[in-house]
Design a protein around this ligand. Sequence first.
Ligand SMILES: Nc1nc2c(ncn2[C@@H]2O[C@H](COP(=O)(O)OP(=O)(O)OP(=O)(O)O)[C@@H](O)[C@H]2O)c(=O)[nH]1
Ligand SMILES: [Mg+2]
Length: 315
Amino acid sequence: MPLPLDPDALFAAAVAGERPALARLLSLIERGGEPARVISRLTAPRAGAAYTVGITGAPGSGKSTLTSALVGQLRARGDTVAVLAIDPTSPFTGGAILGDRVRMQEHATDPGVFIRSMATRGHLGGLALATPEAVRLLDAVGHRLVLVETVGVGQVEVEVAGKADTTVVVVNPGWGDSVQANKAGLLEVADVFVVNKADRDGAEQTRADLEQMLELSAMTDGWRPPIVPAVATEGAGVAELWRAVEAHRGHATTSGELERRRAFRAGEELRELVVRRLEQRARELCGQERWAALTAAVVAGEIDPWSAAEELIGG
Ligand SMILES: Nc1nc2c(ncn2[C@@H]2O[C@H](COP(=O)(O)OP(=O)(O)OP(=O)(O)O)[C@@H](O)[C@H]2O)c(=O)[nH]1
Ligand SMILES: [Mg+2]
């Protein structure tokens, strides 16, 4: 049967379990625009039952290997799972080639696993808006567990990762001494730490460094992020990691933190959309040429940016 083209029919097919339809919907979300909006209208009323786990960390820290090992473990106990790997070929993270497809290959033919890499090049609002839309879609078609892998380099990526129900931050030995721009950001979003590549020197020191950093940071929700050592390539620490994720899930659920988080997330998504729409509207109202002329004037130092903004939208 050929794939339907309109989002409504595609969505119905995806709900019925047709993977090509689901993949096609994700492509539409990737691309953004009107179809993505239609999809959002379809998914919102049906979403809300999925639990999301974000997995983030520096490039090459072992996120995909860990994710694949987690998937293996979940499958062994009969759970189904969806994995969304946010593709670092997007302009937000640079141009690295992703090894995910290779790394997750072993699950590629398993009907209980849905894996998809996603780039967000065309999407107005990029990663920050496309990711929740994609997660909502997976949720709406019946996935109950969604793992989201993002590279924790840029601020947006870390924010996106931090918006999961449980966020796992992957570090490697030596993290404590490495100069890394987003250390504070990662520390802030982590619910669980993994010291992966614990087969290398310095794992214990990194754990101690992390403990110390956590000591200094405020515990806002009564949860102290556990630190799990792992060797993802050998599957070591993977069971402990999942136990830590479940412990956090339990805590977040009973303490009300999960509900607060989801409410905050919804508010942020709405705010983000409003800001984007307003900017778009402002550009339309001001006109491309006036906008360009005033930009040039600011560049030339003929006018200060505050006055230019006032001239554009009226003070
Ligand atoms: N020695 C060692 N190597 C590991 C371990 N885990 C992963 N690796 C290796 O590290 C490399 C990167 O692993 P990935 O799982 O692709 O890392 P990633 O964080 O997903 O990378 P990006 O998505 O490109 O940011 C691969 O060559 C893995 O085999 C580990 O525990 N020990
Ligand atoms: Mg990866």
